[in-house]
Each structure stands twice: as structure tokens, then as C-alpha cells.
Design a protein around this ligand. Structure first.
Ligand code: AKG
Length: 276
């Protein structure tokens, strides 16, 4: 199952994404959720969420703190929150475990459960069958898509943030840890949208500059009718080409839609942009 058939490989090349049902068992998903519960129970709330701000200057400092926290999270396990879950003093307005948007970006490096999922023999077999020779893990995330208010992820291409030369070297492995449905914010794709480059690139500004990032180019307004919903059962792995356009909608249902995702890069003959 971890080895792709010729027709699966062709489908991935045509569409820019591929659904692999039953990649993880229910027990493997339950072990991931248990570990996430432990990590959340030990969570430290980041200082920029605790700052009480009243002037515009303080508000700016808080925004700066939150961007720094994000940009320096590549080798850490850090917590990112939904909007409106803290009061002005940084106290939770909802139970802490319901406040998190995602955890990133190095669960695969620091946590034994996520390390073993990311580097499992079946994941390695899958990477081999995709023809990867020197796969490196760029980042990992646990996405909560909380019931009732889990935020939308607007249409994007992953290579806008994980840019390489040449393009076509980045691959997302997205695993549904819970059922992902039309109601709770499943992924949507524009099939075949991975073949015409990237429309925008996020560029990191030199250290100390404000703002810390900017975009080259812009995300075009996409025709919503081109998006195809991809509801999947718990344990399904969705392969995501680095340039395929995808999104997910806000979760207004009463079911969460948790997912573990990480990105691989083929390192052979690839330049990872230092501006990422
Ligand atoms: C990604 O992993 O690139 C995504 O866009 C994930 C979006 C989601 O899980 O809702």
C-alpha cells in the first residue's frame, strides 16, 4: 500500500494530489492524538500572547513578537492560536485545548511519536516509490481545525512559502487524524494547478527589518468552481504537490478535524531558498 502503482503515480502527476486511504490504522491515529493531548497539557503560552497592550506602539510590539515567534519556530515545538481566544491580559477565553490553531514546526525532530510516524518504514517506502533520492523533512505541523471556529486556510501553493530552485521539489504529506468532511473543513484542490509555477513568493526580510516578510507577486482570485472537495476518512494520507493550489474552509461544525502534516524536499540538485 505504501508503494504506489503506476496508475496512482500517473494520477498524482496529472492532478497534483493523491488520496491514499488507510495509510495509518485507527490505533496509530489514536496514539498520535494521545501524544498531542500530552503536549497540549504541558504547553507554555508564548509571551506575546500574554502582553497587555493599550497603545498602538504596544500593539505593534505584540504583532512583531508574534511574527518573530512564527519565523523562529522552524526548529521548535510552538503553539499558534485561533483569533479571539485570549482576553487583553492574555487569559484564555476558551479551554486551552480548544484555543490552538496549530503546533509547528519541528514535531518530527523533537517528539518521539511524531518522529516515528514521519520516519516510519512505510513512509520511507512511499518516498522511495515517488522516486525521491535524498528526501529531507522541511517542517511539520499538527492542525486542529477546532469545532465551531477553526480558521479557514485560504487558497495557496506550498511552494510560495517553501521555495526551491528548480520548482517541483517539495511534497506535502497530509494525514487525517480524524475524518475530514465537507462540514468540518476538508481539503479542496484545483486539480492540475501544479504545472504553471508559483504566483507569489513569501520573502523573509533582513534581520531586524519591519515588516519581517513580504510577498513577490500576488495570489490571484481563484474561481471557486475549480476547487474539488476531498473528504477523507481518519488514517488517510493525502500527497500534496508543492505547487498545487489548495485550501480548506472554516470549521463551523461541532466536530474537530485534526491532521498531521509535514513537507519533504528532494535535496538532490535542489537549492533551498535562503529567503524562505
Ligand atoms: C497544507 O498543509 O499545506 C495545508 O494547506 C493544510 C490545510 C489544512 O489542513 O486545513
Amino acid at each position: 500500500m505504501a508503494c504506489l502503482s503506476l496508475s496512482q503515480l500517473q494520477k498524482f502527476q496529472e492532478d497534483g494530489f493523491l488520496v491514499l486511504e488507510g495509510f495509518l490504522s485507527a490505533d496509530e491515529c489514536a496514539a498520535i492524538q494521545q501524544r498531542i493531548g500530552e503536549i497540549v497539557a504541558e504547553m507554555d503560552v508564548p509571551p506575546h500572547c500574554r502582553i497587555e497592550f493599550s497603545t498602538q506602539e504596544e500593539e505593534q510590539l505584540q504583532a512583531q513578537g508574534s511574527t518573530d515567534y512564527f519565523l523562529s519556530s522552524g526548529d521548535k515545538i510552538r503553539f499558534f492560536f485561533e483569533k479571539g481566544v485570549f482576553d487583553k491580559k492574555g487569559n484564555f477565553l476558551v479551554p486551552p485545548e480548544k484555543s490552538i490553531n496549530k503546533i509547528g514546526h519541528a514535531l518530527h525532530a523533537h517528539d518521539p511519536v511524531f518522529r516515528s510516524v514521519t520516519h516510519s518504514p512505510k513512509m520511507q517506502a512511499l518516498a522511495r516509490s515517488l522516486g525521491l533520492q535524498m528526501p529531507v523533512v522541511l517542517q511539520s505541523m499538527y492542525i486542529f481545525k477546532q469545532p465551531h471556529f477553526g480558521g479557514e486556510v485560504s487558497p495557496h501553493q506550498d511552494a510560495s512559502f517553501l521555495y526551491t530552485e528548480p520548482l517541483g521539489r517539495v511534497l506535502g504529506m497530509w494525514i487525517a487524524v480524524e475524518d475530514a468532511t465537507l462540514g468540518n473543513g476538508c481539503l479542496w484542490f484545483i486539480p492540475g494547478s501544479h504545472t504553471s509555477g508559483v504566483s507569489r513568493r513569501m520573502i523573509r526580510a533582513p534581520a531586524g527589518s519591519v515588516p519581517c516578510t513580504s510577498f513577490l507577486g500576488s495570489e490571484p482570485i481563484r474561481d471557486n468552481r475549480l476547487f474539488v472537495p476531498t473528504p477523507v476518512r481518519r488514517g488517510t494520507l493525502v500527497l500534496i504537490h508543492g505547487e498545487v493550489v489548495h485550501k480548506s474552509e472554516q470549521n463551523l461544525s461541532d466536530q474537530s478535524r485534526q491532521a498531521y502534516t509535514f513537507h519533504l524536499m528532494e535535496a538532490a540538485d535542489t537549492v533551498w531558498s535562503p529567503e524562505n
